[in-house]
Ligand binder design. Structure first.
Ligand code: FAD
Length: 447
């Protein structure tokens, strides 16, 4: 079997590795226009900030690919001929395949703003974007970032480390209003301000204004203000890369449509990662999941189907983590920005430090845990995942809180305060008693 994979990101590479394990004799070719070798996209920001060098963001040594008989083609796939099972490349010879995986990722989403093509206006997705950003921010004094998601904050951190002034334009009333409840958003907002980022809420970009040299000189906002800037970061989300599907008969919507087995509408062609859109996502699940770990899971899952072991993609409870400058954020399961009618939410916040924990749960007799948000506290993934899969009641979760504490030496002191706050707010419920965890000494002695 010859498997051709377009895209050497986490989805493509995870599929290649799993197919190599499952079918040692398979021929596997990875095609990528972006870079000769796979790299960690979430680590791109550290290249700009000078914390890492290019070899540091490549998880595998360059010899790894030859050693595992994974053929790398550094070229752009320009056209697919599904009937002839052939991929045409910009420079090299065409490739015929028995199975094809489209793992083409995503690109910056623009909204047709006037002036968006001026020099100094860009998104942050690719290696080329980081290189361009390093070049175009050299003389910048003021930068504006439109969009307040995770990539917007990364851009802000990158620019602030080089001393540039940063203003963020955020459409919602509070930070990441479609995702974060107001209390979490307020902690992030305080963090942004502490690092010198100015945030304009309920404000949208309407126009980019240029100078005589074709470079951005200011932006106009929905509030009618003009903000001078020499650089504009577009962080309004990503859009799946669909170019290759044109004229192939592959069904697309916002992404490449796939069934539970990540199979497209054309037999023998699969899609995974940021470019894929599931036709029937599970309840509460997004059809497109533009995340690193879901890309890896989809790549590994589709490998089984390609190797004749049909396997449906089942993600399990949602998980995501990020950093807002030095404030760590983890989310597990479902935590909506506002609880639904049959849901309840308990939020604890440290009186002075940037630390918070939210337990979101069913408001019925089960009190089953639905989701967790942690800011400034690091939790253990396996413990939270099990709580969510088993629908553990919130009282029991609180009693076991120590089991989920990833850094007990740093954060153990907050567990009694969290449980006391819950008991004080729920006097009509049986009081939760925090179960004692093994201390460091007894854990060391028991090893
Ligand atoms: C700045 C940034 C920070 C992020 N941080 C996090 C994080 O902290 N945690 C997290 O979970 N996720 C994070 N993400 C998201 C995560 O990186 C992506 O979800 C993941 O990398 C997607 O992997 P993928 O394999 O689907 O696609 P990609 O990694 O995008 O790989 C697709 C590859 O295919 C190539 N390609 C496309 N079309 C062609 C063609 N026609 N011919 C040849 N090659 C082609 C592309 O150039 C690209 O190299 C971040 C994303 C960005 C941009």
């Amino acid at each position: 079997m010859h498997l051709v994979i377009i895209g050497n990101g986490i989805a493509g590479v995870s599929c290649a590795q799993a197919v190599r394990r499952l079918q040692p004799t398979a021929r596997i070719t990875l095609v990528s226009a972006e870079s000769a070798h796979h790299f960690s996209r979430p680590a791109l920001m550290y290249l700009y900030m000078g914390h890492l060098r290019w070899p540091d963001v490549k998880p595998f040594e360059d010899w790894y690919w030859t050693e595992n008989r994974l053929e790398l083609v550094h070229d752009r796939a320009t056209h697919l001929d599904a009937a002839a099972r052939t991929v045409h490349l910009a420079a090299g010879p065409s490739l015929t395949y028995d199975a094809l995986l489209l793992a083409t990722g995503a690109t910056t989403r623009y909204y047709d703003w006037p002036g968006q093509h001026l020099r100094g206006v860009q998104g942050l997705v690719s290696k080329a974007d980081v290189e361009l950003m390093a070049e175009t921010t050299l003389q910048v004094q003021e930068a504006v970032i439109v969009g307040g998601g995770l990539i917007g904050v990364e851009m802000a951190e990158m620019l602030r480390t080089r001393g540039h002034g940063v203003t963020m334009l955020v459409r919602d009333r509070h930070y990441w209003g479609s995702v974060l409840p107001p209390e979490e958003a307020a902690l992030v907002d305080a963090q942004l301000r502490r690092h010198g980022v100015r945030v304009h809420y309920e404000t949208e970009l309407t126009e980019v204004l240029g100078d005589d040299a074709g470079r951005v000189r200011a932006v106009r906002t929905s509030r009618g203000t003009e903000l001078p800037c020499q650089w504009l970061g577009i962080a309004t989300g990503v859009t799946p890369a669909l170019d290759l599907t044109a004229g192939t008969g592959i069904d697309t919507d916002r992404g490449i449509l796939v069934d539970d087995y990540l199979q497209t509408s054309v037999p023998g062609i699969f899609a995974a990662g940021d470019c894929a859109q599931r036709r029937s996502p599970g309840p509460g699940e997004a059809a497109i999941e533009p995340l690193w770990y879901t890309g890896r899971m989809q790549g590994e899952t589709v490998a089984h189907t390609i190797c004749g072991q049909p396997t449906a993609y089942r993600r399990g409870p949602w998980f995501n983590s990020a950093k807002f400058f030095d404030l760590e954020y983890q989310t597990y399961g479902q935590v909506p920005a506002r609880p639904g009618a049959d849901e309840a939410s308990f939020w604890w916040q440290h009186p002075t430090a940037a630390l918070g924990l939210r337990l979101h749960y069913r408001a019925d007799a089960s009190r089953a845990l639905l989701g967790v948000n942690a800011l400034g506290l690091r939790l253990r993934h396996d413990v939270c995942d099990q709580w969510l899969r088993r629908g553990v009641p919130v009282g029991e979760v609180l009693a076991q809180l120590g089991a989920a504490n990833f850094d007990p030496e740093f954060f153990a002191q907050h567990e009694p305060a969290i449980v006391a706050a819950y008991n004080a707010r729920h006097p009509d419920e049986p009081a939760v008693v925090l179960r004692r965890r093994k201390g460091l000494l007894s854990r060391l002695l028991s090893v």
